[in-house]
Design a protein around this ligand. Structure first.
Ligand SMILES: [Mg+2]
Ligand SMILES: [Zn+2]
Length: 178
């Protein structure tokens, strides 16, 4: 007989990049004047479908804009708060958001494609099944993060030769591969 008390329920996670994937991205200087998120077309719909397929959603975002002085931490938090409120109003639950505030020349271990943020997530949610999870984003750093973790990855408009990575022309195409 199975002892249910000893069973660990594993979770599958869709690790999403934020800027350029869920909400619009801008040149670094322009971020200084952005006060509210603009959603990428199809992103809300895609997140809903990803959730329906049983994935938990975790956002993994490089925010070197903070320590490089383009935006303040408060500006970052404000954009994030508005984004999460809007997603929540559409029935999308974001399990967590991990961000790297460090400058690109700071040498931290969390800036993508380094693996620090995903390890933080795994430490916090020890039931993440990394083999059933994936990373998706619109830059080389996102797919290289997936490669560095030997995880499945999707690059939106990003070419990849690695067999673990699938190039997508549009975010919404993700649904046919998961
Ligand atoms: Mg991006
Ligand atoms: Zn960092």
């Amino acid at each position: 007989m199975v002892n249910t008390l000893l069973e660990v329920v594993k979770i599958r996670v869709a690790f999403f990049d934020r800027d350029g994937t869920i909400i619009e991205d801008y040149p670094d200087e322009k971020w200084s004047s952005i006060t509210a998120p603009e959603f990428v077309s199809n992103s809300i719909n895609t997140l809903q479908k990803v959730q329906e397929k049983g994935y938990k959603i975790i956002i993994i975002t490089n925010q070197y804009l903070i320590n490089e002085g383009y935006i303040t931490l408060q500006q970052y938090e404000q954009i994030n708060k508005l984004m999460i409120e809007r997603l929540s109003s559409q029935g999308i639950k974001v399990l967590d958001v991990f961000y790297c505030p460090h400058r690109r020349d700071e040498g931290c271990n969390c800036i993508k494609p380094r693996t620090g943020m995903i390890y933080k997530a795994i430490n916090k949610y020890s039931n993440i099944d990394i083999n059933q999870s994936f990373m998706i984003g619109d830059s080389k750093a996102d797919i290289n993060l997936a490669i560095n973790l030997n995880m499945k990855g999707f690059g939106i408009g990003v070419d990849a030769t690695d067999p673990r990575i699938k190039k997508l022309d549009n975010l919404k195409d993700l649904i046919s591969y998961i």
